[in-house]
Design a protein around this ligand. Structure first.
Ligand code: UGA
Length: 487
């Protein structure tokens, strides 16, 4: 259900003329059709002003944003070109693992104020249009691939009405928003663009969208810009009413805020991982070092967890795209430190494989190795640039027999690396293992019982790639315990 073919028929026909009556009824409710809108459920935050919203791109960012905007009381239409994704979302199923999202989707669909479609033309009734499409790294280059942003804008241009606001949330190279604004004005001089970067973390995406720690608006210093900002204030009325800080800036600053924030986070992680290299060379303990420097409020303990490094669909590609953009702007020196941040991060993966070789007595060829974790971090099934999967694949390529397990990411991991073996649980993955590598700190792995797990392995050797296990307990249970940055 919920395919484009069902939805396309709506504007001209009636809900009774198309097969998917339930979904169409929902779309009628969303955009002021003949069905009376369902009121907010008891307990929902009262909305100050209901806004008709379209969300272009329903991936990790857009699907969450659409569902959350409905929770805030707005009428929301999510638009995506991937029909399977639209169908899943229309059934209240999240196409990826994100805690809290399925419940929010069902709640939103039930109110009749949330719908998903692959017929972009239905977004014409919306007055605020969010651009939430992906900006992946271009293959073989550092730069971001903007084809989805361009495609979304080109789809939107003919629909824009006077007073409409286009809100950019995708992470883009600075300067993109300015050119999009020109395109928008070319098509509809009385529509306006705001750049409103998103700071949600996967795994906490619902919380971060409903309770952002700040809102950033990038806008032109014109009356139209200020009117557009006032419209966006209506969308975010709940968060603003709760005192969420808002920073209004020019377009360039708003675009930079996002990549600057991710670059800072990446730098913080690579800083502690560089310290881990020093600790390895001196017999020091990076976890104690992080605790000690983290007590300084100016430094802070967050994002100082040393280990196998950062991955995912954001930090790695964002720092690379930022460097590429700096090069285009002639200020590449300003960001040359980010290539070191990237290099430190990638070295951790190599070091992890070396450590596996070391504990296996100098060679991993033919060795049975268990990898706990495939996702780039816990509470996610995302394996994009996942350090865990990258290490697993490297060991396999170097001749080891690798079995990977993960509570959520096995399907995605298998699609990417079908050569690896997969097991549904940690207990099964470690059967006959000569080394166990913990590479994603899922809570169930952190609390594994070393005594029990020992029964299943051939050789009790554990490498803690996230510094999340208690070395004393594991050593007491007879394991050889090794970790990155610890003696
Ligand atoms: C990141 C940012 O944290 C978000 O603020 C931002 O909105 C998002 O990118 C984005 O650009 O969309 P996310 O990719 O979900 O969010 O993941 P993080 O929680 O930042 O973790 C990134 C990586 O760093 C993970 O692989 C994690 O394991 C690693 N990490 C994190 C460490 O190795 N050490 C730490 O101390 C913290």
């Amino acid at each position: 259900m919920g395919t484009a073919a069902h939805i396309v028929a709506i504007p001209g026909g009636g809900a009774e003329n198309v097969p998917n009556v339930e979904l169409c009824t929902s779309l009628y409710r969303v955009f002021g059709g003949r069905v009376a809108p369902a009121g907010p459920r008891p307990g929902l935050t009262p909305r100050l002003q209901r806004v008709k919203i379209s969300v272009f791109g329903c991936g990790y960012l857009g699907a969450v944003h659409a569902a959350c905007m409905t929770r805030l009381g707005h009428d929301v239409l999510g638009v995506d070109v991937i029909e399977d994704q639209v169908a899943a979302l229309s059934r209240g199923e999240a196409p990826f693992f994100e805690p809290g999202l399925p419940e929010l989707l069902v709640e939103g669909l039930d109110t009749g104020r949330l719908a998903f479609t692959s017929d972009a033309g239905l977004a014409a009734d919306a007055t605020v249009h969010f651009i939430c499409v992906g900006t992946p790294q271009k293959p073989g280059e550092n730069a971001a691939d903007l084809r989805y942003v361009r495609s979304a804008i080109n789809t939107l241009l003919p629909m824009l009405k006077p007073g409409d606001v286009v809100v950019g949330k995708s992470t883009v190279p600075v300067g993109t928003a300015e050119s999009l604004r020109e395109l928008i004005h070319g098509a509809q001089p009385e529509a306006e663009l705001i750049w409103n970067p998103e700071f949600l973390r996967e795994g906490f995406a619902v919380h971060d969208t409903l309770h952002p720690d700040r809102l950033v608006y990038g806008l032109a210093p014109t009356d139209a810009g200020r009117r557009a900002a006032a419209r966006l204030d209506e969308v975010y009325a709940t968060a603003l009413g709760q005192g969420t800080p808002k920073v209004e800036a020019d377009l360039a600053t708003a675009q930079l805020v996002k990549v600057a924030a991710n670059s800072f986070l990446a730098t913080k992680i690579s800083f502690i991982n560089a310290m881990a290299e020093l600790c390895e060379a001196t017999g020091a303990d990076v976890t104690l070092l992080a605790d000690a420097i983290g007590h300084d409020a100016r430094i802070g303990r967050k994002f100082l967890n040393a280990g196998v490094g950062f991955g995912g669909g954001c930090l790695p590609k964002d720092i690379r795209a930022f460097m590429a953009r700096a090069g285009e702007l002639g200020v590449d020196q300003a960001l040359s430190f980010l290539s070191e941040v990237d290099a430190i991060n990638m070295r951790r993966r190599v070091r992890m494989v070396d450590l596996a070789r070391e504990v296996c007595g100098g060679s991993i060829v033919g060795r049975q190795i268990a990898v706990l974790g495939a996702a780039f971090k816990p509470d996610s099934d995302d394996v994009r640039d996942s350090p865990a999967l990258s290490v697993a694949a490297q060991m396999q390529l170097q001749g080891a027999r690798v079995t990977v397990t993960d509570p959520q990411a096995i399907d995605n991991a298998r699609k990417k690396w079908p050569e690896l073996s997969f097991a549904p649980t940690a207990a099964e993955a470690v059967q006959g293992a000569e080394a166990v590598l913990l590479l994603t700190e899922w809570p169930e792995y952190v609390v594994l019982d070393p005594v029990e797990l020992r029964q299943n392995v051939t050789a009790p050797r554990i490498i803690d790639g996230r510094n999340c296990l208690d070395p004393v307990a594991w050593r007491a249970a007879g394991w050889t315990y090794r970790a990155l940055g610890r003696p």
